[in-house]
Design a protein around this ligand. Sequence first.
Ligand code: NAD
Ligand code: MG
Length: 393
Amino acid sequence: MRQQLTILGATGSSGTSTLEVVALHPERYGVYALTAQRNLKKLAGQAVRFRPLVVVVGADSQIDPLRQELALMDPRYTPEILAGTAALEQVAAASTVTTVMAAIVGAAGLASTLAAARAGKKLLLANKESLVMSGRVLMEAVAQGGALLLPVDSEHNAVFQCWPQDGVARKGVSKILLTASGGPFLQTPLHELETVTPDEACNHPKWRMGRKISVDSATMMNKGLELIEACWLFDLPPERVDIVIHPQSLVHSLVAYEDGSLLAQLGHTDMRVPIAHALAYPERHTSGVPILDLTTVGTLQFVAPDRVRFPALALAEHAMGQGGTAPTVLNAANEVAVAAFLEGQLGFRQIPELIEAALSEVSSSSSATLEEVLWADRTARHQAAEWLKNRRP
Ligand code: NAD
Ligand code: MG
């Protein structure tokens, strides 16, 4: 059956890679909706090419400018244009949609990701923040809605591919090993980290990604968020998720079994591979990326992470160990800190300081219902903003 797609966050790095894979297989995929917050020119170009029935923008004020943009590019194409969060939920849950790519960045993706889960869609999850901030709520929505949740994050997609297919074998899983590149500052002298710029932090050695996740990779909070993501996706406690630095980023993650076996997934550092896997699942088809030629890769290194250099790891482990809404607070404070860093208002090494302060100041509840998650998210953002205002210069 031809899948009908909604791509949330179509203009971003993950959304763009998704459309590149879709373009290779027009007989398999139709595009029902594309959404973006800004960058109307890029959105219009994608829409004219992929002909979605519905296009969603961030605000009502962008509807007319987008319509004009589309009229210039192709006057015969007149999709429905909607705006705002309710519209994102609507196109994620629409009855003709089979498959939703959740590729909005940050907590802004939660409502539409939840809507797709509740509507029982095949849900391709790039938006890790929604799972970090409200793991229990999202996993329950997936179960109750009968959705098929497929990880697109390259590490979790790798684990998923190495994961045992039947319940009996699942008992033999010992742990998961998430690989991490270590980001652009793996070797930078610690004192130099005080003054690194947003552009330096976003200059990732292996991956081209949006700016928020690029900063997360530089602090290694990305791996912290991914640890929490892995705990929810694979139902494991944080003690059974190890993090190992692998600068070549060719082994995307591994599953360790009781008998001493380690299963790994390897491939080029290109998001089209996990995206194609999730789109085609349970089948396989081309992604546009060649198979890795092992004879050319040279040495593969694996080392334990330096927890002094990367305090974000311990913060994430602590938050997941605490449970409840502690990961919600961690995620919200991180989003505020990264935005402040990108705007030049916060030093790189103060990012984890701000998060630690929020974790200790915002009381977290243990149950984490949706209401409690939204309260913790709001409170942590408020607290983080106060911290930014009151800190010593
Ligand atoms: P990006 O910044 O390149 O794109 C984000 C997309 O979300 C854009 O289309 C933007 O218009 C939209 N968006 C931003 N704010 C929004 C808002 N408030 N409401 C609605 N839409 C909004 O981000 P990205 O790098 O593609 O990352 C997207 C998600 O995928 C993140 O959660 C990230 O952690 C995850 N992810 C990305 C990669 C990657 O290689 N880029 C890899 C793994 C996971
Ligand atoms: Mg990842």
